[in-house]
Design a protein around this ligand. Sequence first.
Ligand code: ZN
Length: 81
Amino acid sequence: MYDFPCEHCPGVVRERRLARQAIRHKGSFVILENVPIGVCDQCGARYFHASVLRRAAEIGRGSVSPIRTIAVPIESFVPAS
Ligand SMILES: [Zn+2]
C-alpha cells in the first residue's frame, strides 16, 4: 500500500498500523481504528493512502455509520496569569 519514496527527504514511506488515527474531514475529524498509514523511515512524515481517506470521507459524510461516536471537549486556550 505504501513503500514509495518520501516527498520531503531521501527516505522511504513504510506502512505502520495504528490503533487510532484522527483524519480531517471538512473541518471536522473522523477517527479510524486499526488503520494502515505511511510513515517515512527517515523524517517521519505521515501519508494517508487514498483508500484510508475514502473510508474517512464515507464516515464523515454519513454514507457509512460509525461503530461508535465519542464526545470531544473544546475550550479556548487562556494562558495562566
Ligand atoms: Zn521523509
